[in-house]
Design a protein around this ligand. Sequence first.
Ligand code: PHE
Length: 501
Amino acid sequence: MKPLHSLERKLLSSLAMDGGGLLEDVALKADMTIDQARRAVEWLRSKGIVEVGTTTRYKIEIGDEGRRAVEHGLPERRMVEVLKKLGGEAELHELSKAFDSSKEFSAAFGHARAKGWIGTVSIGDKVFVKILTPDQISPEESLLKKFIAKKELFLDELPEEEKKAVGRLIKRPDYFMKRPVKTIDIMLTELGRKTAETIKEVKEIDSLTPELIISGRWREHRLRPFDVEAVAPTIYPGKKHPLQRFIDEVREAFISLGFEEIVGPVIQPAFWNFDALFVPQDHPARDMQDTFYISKIKEAKIGSQDLIERVSRVHIDGGDTGSRGWGYDWRLDEAKRLVLRTHTTAVTVKYLADNKVSEAKVFSIDKVFRNEKLDTKHLAELHQIEGIVVGRKVTLRDLMGVLNEFYKILGLKKVKFWPTYFPYTEPSLQSIVYVEGFGWMELCGMGIFRPEVALPLGVKNPVLAWGGGLERLLMTKLHIEDIRELYENNLDWLRKVPLCL
Ligand code: PHE
């Protein structure tokens, strides 16, 4: 048997005496507030100790006219009384004078006649009223009497005749109102009866007080164990969006590997998004299809004269990097066009140009934009996880090692790499990871920056670089099939998505 709360014990002991009743009555008998009783009933119900039924009852409340009738009698009764005083018979006009208003008089007259208490006779042009059945008590009157002691009654408490009288009195203005109320009936079950027997013997205490300890009286009682499985309301406290939580987790992973975070502007000149990365100006990725260009304005100053010169040379003939370049006419105007960055590699490459480091470990987690058709796997606005390692002797093996470690922190242990192509890295790799319950998925592009990229920026040591989407990785963790769900702010989903994955 599950432990019982003191409120449950109290209610149960009281119920054991008469087996149940209306919630209000049960609460009263158990000497509890309605709220306490309601809680105790709910707990007892979940344990099968009580059964709860709800019924609709009709409450009759009395109005102002009704009250008047309780105090002074119904107008028709008053009419009979007046007639009695006048000797049992009176002329209509005379009779009306005994009433406050003609309205009251006509009500009294009408109802008294309908009840058969009075009758009329016309003599000449005069009408006389006389008593027919003076002492008959109507159901209306016996009903009204009940209100002397009470303010309200329930329809189902009344005998059939009085129920009908309620119907008639409701039709008269301000007499009665009928209101439906839901009532809760509580009944002790068989199990409840047995439980009630057993709790009689044991004395239980709910809280251990200093007094109980000092006096040693705690020994005589049994301490009520906490019921950790008791029903409790579900609450949804405010919490971070799962996407933001994952960003924090990825950030934490890089920091734990000794990386530093860098940030850069969302709007970049094509120079940093493409040219500095040795992406030729006629490359299809620069096409309107993939890139959001900002119309009308251009970047005035994209870098030092010297830097622009070196980057443009690399495109034209390779400059002094040992490359032959792309061999086309590089245009400054094209490099000045502004774009919503299509990858965060624009940020790492600018970092290299600004700092000319010989050693570095930096990362960025930020938004990028692509002119994609939205579907279950594609967003036009997404996050990328980007990073670089610069060092004297770093190799492709180190690159794979760093990513292996990073994925391991995120709980992804099976990682594979294979060769691919990017205009700015050589060699270039693609990584795929195995996600439990999902399968293999592409995650990240990477490689070692080509001399055409690193040398014009003034970086001589090898630069290991990688970048990949963040949302896709999160999709697999949250087991969602449509990437757009992450941005829909569906409250129900947000409430239910677990904090720990
Ligand atoms: N910028 C590439 C992308 O957006 C990823 C990448 C970054 C590849 C760095 C190589 C080096 O997919």
